[in-house]
Ligand binder design. Sequence first.
Ligand SMILES: Cc1ncc(COP(=O)(O)O)c(C=O)c1O
Length: 512
Amino acid sequence: MDRFAWHPEPELLGVRDPDVSREALRSIGVATWDAGLDYLYDQALERAMGETTGYADLRSRYFGPSGEPGPAPDEPTPLAALLEEFRTRVAPHTVSAFHPRSFGYFTPAPLTASIVGEVLSQFAQQGVDIFHAGPVAATMEEEVIRWLCDIIGYDRDSFGILTSGGVMANFIGMALVRDTHVPQLLGLDRPPRGHTLEGLRVYTGDQSHFSIGRALDELGFPPETLVSVPADVDFRLRGDEVAAAIAEDRAAGRTPVAIAAVAGSTNTGAVDAIVELADVAAGEGLWLHVDAAYGAAARLSARDADRVMGLDRADSVTIDPHKWFFQAYDIGGLMIRRGVALEEVFGGRRPEYYRAGHASMAASVPDPHDAGLNFWKLGFEGTRRWRALKLWFSWRHLGTPGFGRLIEANNDLAAHLAVVIAASPDFEALPAVPSLSVVCFRHLVDGLDAGALDEHQDRIQDALESSGAGWVSTTRLRGATWLRAGILNTQATESDVEGLLDTLRELAANVG
Ligand SMILES: Cc1ncc(COP(=O)(O)O)c(C=O)c1O
């Protein structure tokens, strides 16, 4: 221990001797979990949003009067003191997804099993890039990818990769369009770059996630590549509309290459007409990507699976377990019907320090290091977190039907909120019946013009946020501002969604 004498708690660094360190490590573990429980019961279940939310207020309370970060610490601080500081100076300013009236973005509180898996994955620090840097972690990633492919309905030719989230998964999906599908479509002998990307077209609905367009931009497609096709009255992209846009583009000499649909849109949870779009894609020779970052979880419920049909017809599907699988951040994923496509796109470069994984996934090779589980060649990242462990813990803990019950409860609650809104003359919902568990609605006030009514929604959202009594976001639909309740919440009950409306009414009486 002498060489660690400078350390504030030498037994937490020099861990080799259990007689010296094990008890100290155990107590800091208990103290950490206790800090988590204090957070849960003193803050998270009490307030949906921290005490201080405004930018300037928070900065002066957190940083001190200067409102700016100070220098890096010179002096050590014992961990117990840092836990105390977390309690007093940090936790009171957090947003809480645990709160039973927290209906935020697609950002639920994590399941306990997921937190357990996350903690252990950090403890074990496996790098899931090259097989031998995290052998069982890579094998487990294969396992959860298989489970995710199974709920899509893909066969054993499929494969995938876990990502930081849906943005990265959509990015990889668009990279596959560029580097596997376009060469095949145009008969190129190498992936297209520069001028070769001109004249290509990718169709998406007006409700799709912004990351599809950003991916195309960053991949070098010209801005006009993305064709935004209007969704129908229920916010769903339909096959006929896309077919018409394709016909128009072909007539003008342009080259359609892909459709990027969404199953569970960010704004309203709408599910594009995937089966219709799959028919169009098949008839036209286009790649079909479905961003089911949120909606794919409906496949976990035997009762509600048919709300998200046809994913098996897609060439690639984004699924984000940190959305409706209630996982600790971060874990997203991209599943691909023809799994070898990942390596075709990303496996080209062979760094000298990754001396494994150089054989193709498709080839049968005796050395397990040369099998497909070298994730460095299947995506953008090098060193990767052991993302699979928390999902594995959760899925094993609940079983698919257990996950399904959570999904069904949220869908039922959304349906209940919509019914209560329909019966309330001072609220309206759009659409009137939610596709999944998102409800967009607004508070109506007689005599306000369209602009003032929009401002009213922002004001009551702001008032709700400051009150801490609940949380909803806002969005814009058809040129107007709406409150948006994303019901991804295991604690909420019918009385919580009803109470949310009552609170909004009370706040509305005092704003503006
Ligand atoms: C439909 C959809 N796709 C993709 C994303 C991006 O996911 P992430 O922010 O986890 O990268 C979101 C985020 O809300 C989303 O709603």
